[in-house]
Design a protein around this ligand. Structure first.
Ligand SMILES: *[C@@H]1O[C@H](CO)[C@@H](O)[C@H](O)[C@H]1NC(C)=O
Ligand SMILES: *[C@@H]1O[C@H](CO)[C@@H](O)[C@H](O)[C@H]1NC(C)=O
Ligand SMILES: *[C@@H]1O[C@H](CO)[C@@H](O)[C@H](O)[C@H]1NC(C)=O
Ligand SMILES: *[C@@H]1O[C@H](CO)[C@@H](O)[C@H](O)[C@H]1NC(C)=O
Length: 419
């Protein structure tokens, strides 16, 4: 499937870009600047936070996101700066062992973490495929992990359907685990055409839709009260508002049901309305002033995850008017990060919405969050803007899986069109 998609891209879609070479090159300079900023942040991440002995930055699930972001950047910029990272990373080392019993131990019964690892493995596989490297152990591991997660669902708090437990303790059903299962299932179907993935995606959305976890503002709360099976009213973290959208767009792409996109935008718009300050994402725990509230390490990566999954949403929605609707917002996040959050060492603080007065925190997670947002804005700079032709040749057509690559390639360069 991977190779067929790529062939399709090379033969049919990338040919279009040849007619738009001038339009593309006139846009490339601005994009190059954004990619240069993202690259500086990635270099600092690697030098300051990456442990070459263990192959880790911090912890499994945020490491998975960080690896995904670095590979998104390399795919977008057409670079191979961290070519050996996939194999040398903690996750990559296990992929190269590829025994599902080992994965069960590594994942520790955490089914949201497991799915961030799937997304990282798919992205690293796409990078490897782009460069003619063998990626089979990465996709095989993703399949093995998906099967572990898919075995964890039942109809507790069912409303007629199944949903996945947050962990093997089976004490909590929450939004993120099931939003991720919607996305990994729909994207898994796009990548493999395996019917069970599509069935799982449809059942997961049916469950989410009736779960009550989306509140009257249009935002997803954290999860369910397992006694009442009602929305528990817990925090509306930004990442929950992004991962639902990427999943719905991937499902919409397979079913051609655009109502799913409208459903996603209820939540995307609510994010912009309710989880921002001065039009910049603000986690409820973010505070630029010291001695105020503080986000923990997990929470410091959420906003970047939202931007990344908004970009994946736009890639799979493949609709220029929807892209145009959200482009300015992604650009504003990038500008805020540059103005407020990056220091002169290219570390990125956790708070983007105003100048750091000591409350912005620095960590591997906050750096990866910034990188994800810069990637999303750099991708976005090709589409939905001034030149009509950019849309024709743009990443939406050449980059269906949201890997951050697309129209920044000049004609003749290999385009990335891997599903
Ligand atoms: C969960 O729901 C039960 C039953 O309605 C209620 O008694 C309990 O207070 C709720 N728990 C929380 C933490 O809200
Ligand atoms: C499209 O998705 C919406 C939202 O979930 C749903 O209500 C509707 O039944 C779907 N349409 C079809 C034809 O499946
Ligand atoms: C995206 O949309 C365009 C025009 O609407 C269409 O020609 C193209 O095939 C679509 N691409 C995908 C991957 O669906
Ligand atoms: C930028 O932030 C990092 C993390 O706090 C710190 O180690 C570094 O010294 C800062 N750079 C400058 C120039 O202040």
């Amino acid at each position: 499937m991977l190779l067929l998609s790529r062939l399709h891209c090379l033969l049919a879609i990338c040919a279009l870009s040849r007619f738009n070479a001038l339009a593309i090159s006139s846009k490339r300079d601005g994009c190059a600047g954004m990619l240069a900023t993202a690259t500086a942040v990635a270099e600092r991440l690697q030098s300051n936070y990456y442990n070459t002995i263990t192959g880790e930055y911090s912890e499994l699930w945020t490491d998975a996101n960080t690896l995904e972001d670095i590979h998104n950047l390399m795919l977008a910029a057409g670079t191979m700066t961290w070519d050996s990272l996939a194999d040398e990373s903690f996750i990559g080392r296990f992929a190269n062992v590829d025994i599902s019993a080992v994965w069960s131990i590594v994942l520790g019964g955490s089914y949201d973490d497991a799915q961030w690892v799937i997304l990282a493995l798919w992205k690293m596989a796409d990078y490897k495929a782009t460069h003619g490297e063998d990626y089979s152990s990465f996709t095989d591991s993703a399949t093995a992990i998906y099967d572990i997660v898919a075995a964890q669902w039942d109809n507790i708090c069912g409303g007629g359907g199944n949903s996945v437990w947050w962990s093997s303790a089976k004490t909590y059903k929450n939004a993120i685990t099931n939003e991720l299962f919607l996305y990994t299932s729909a994207l898994g179907y796009i990548r493999t055409q395996t019917q069970s993935y599509l069935d799982n995606a449809e059942m997961t959305w049916a469950w989410l839709e009736q779960s009550g976890m989306r509140n009257s503002q249009g935002l997803w709360n954290d999860g369910l009260n397992m006694t009442s099976c009602q929305n528990n009213g817990d925090t509306t973290w930004t990442y929950n508002q992004g991962v639902i959208a990427s999943g719905l767009a991937a499902l919409s792409r397979t079913t051609s049901n655009t109502t799913l996109l409208d459903q996603a935008e209820i939540t995307l718009d609510a994010t912009i309305n309710f989880l921002t300050q001065d039009n910049i994402l603000k986690e409820s725990c973010d505070d630029v002033v010291s001695d105020g509230s503080t986000c923990d390490a997990d929470e410091q990566i959420f906003k970047g995850v939202w931007t990344k999954h908004l970009q994946y949403y736009l890639d799979n929605a493949n609709d220029t008017s929807r892209t145009a609707k959200y482009s300015p917002f992604l650009g504003s996040q990038k500008t805020a990060i540059i103005n407020h959050a990056i220091n002169s060492s290219n570390d990125v603080s956790s708070a983007w919405y105003a100048a750091n007065q000591g409350g912005g925190l620095f960590s591997a997670q906050s750096a990866a969050s910034g990188l994800a947002a810069l990637n999303a804005a750099a991708k976005d700079c090709h589409v939905g803007s001034t030149t009509q032709n950019i849309n024709v040749a743009g990443g939406l057509q050449t980059d269906n899986n949201g890997d951050g690559s697309g129209s920044e390639k000049s004609p003749g360069e290999p385009a990335t069109c891997l599903n």
